[in-house]
Design a protein around this ligand. Structure first.
Ligand SMILES: Nc1ncnc2c1ncn2[C@@H]1O[C@H](COP(=O)(O)OP(=O)(O)OP(=O)(O)O)[C@@H](O)[C@H]1O
Length: 218
């Protein structure tokens, strides 16, 4: 469903080859972790898979379709339909409740208000936070905020969840609750790509990959 074929990314401004002829297939239901030293190309890989940047060589197929020639508008639409993002910094909107944050991607897709509240609440229930639906981010712990962010990423039923260092900065118990949630999402059929420095997090994935100087192994 996600396929990189001999994918390379060279940044024009400094000539750095951040991805070097990478081949990667992510099948429906996969749970993959990608580790690598600082500067090995992890963020670049996430940006490419998340349609936030383009390849300089090779191909990226999303659900079987090449994305190289799509306009910025088409890419943005595809991104909101097919990809759920989870970031290290949660990126929740501080003025909104947990429920409103989770419902936001549905609003952007034009889902009617009544339906989006229902769906957001159902997903908050799945991440164990339905009793916190009306709390704002500052009233939640770091681990709870990250679980809200994960709920927001899955509410649109994307093809894949791309998580960039989702446990960095969390204490061990909170990190465990996030990894446990990923495990449950994987077991219920979700597709996950976890980009991480955290060896313990990487071991939770069903398949491990490793980046070294832009080359992908594993
Ligand atoms: N926008 C950019 N313009 C130019 N060079 C870049 C850009 N983004 C990344 N690079 C370079 O590409 C290489 C890979 O960077 P990338 O951020 O993908 O690595 P990373 O593994 O995510 O690193 P970290 O773990 O430190 O975030 C590095 O040498 C980096 O300096």
């Amino acid at each position: 469903m996600l396929k990189l074929i001999h994918a390379s990314k060279i940044y024009a401004k400094n000539g750095i080859c951040a991805l070097n002829a990478v081949d990667l297939t992510v099948q429906d239901g996969d749970y993959i972790s990608v580790t690598g030293a600082s500067g090995s190309g992890k963020s670049t890989l996430m940006h490419i898979l998340g349609l936030l940047d383009s390849l300089t060589d090779g191909e990226y197929l999303l659900d079987g379709a090449a994305v190289a020639h799509l306009s910025a508008k088409q890419r943005a639409r595809l991104r909101s339909e097919k990809i759920g993002f989870v970031f290290q910094q949660f990126r929740l909107l501080t003025g909104m409740t947990a429920l409103e944050n989770v419902a936001l991607p549905l609003a952007l897709q034009g889902v009617p208000r009544h339906e989006r509240s229902e769906r957001a609440l159902a997903v908050l229930e799945r991440v164990g936070l339905s009793d916190r639906a009306n709390h704002r981010p500052h009233q939640l712990s770091g681990g709870q905020q990250q679980r809200v962010a994960i709920a927001r990423a899955v509410v649109t039923e994307p093809c894949v969840i791309l998580a960039d260092e989702p446990t960095a900065g969390l204490d061990p118990a909170a990190a465990d609750s996030v990894l446990e949630l990923f495990d449950r999402l994987h077991r219920s059929g979700h597709t996950l790509v976890l980009i991480t420095h955290d060896e313990r997090a990487a071991q939770c994935a069903a398949r491990r990959m490793h980046l070294e100087n832009g080359c992908l192994f594993g």
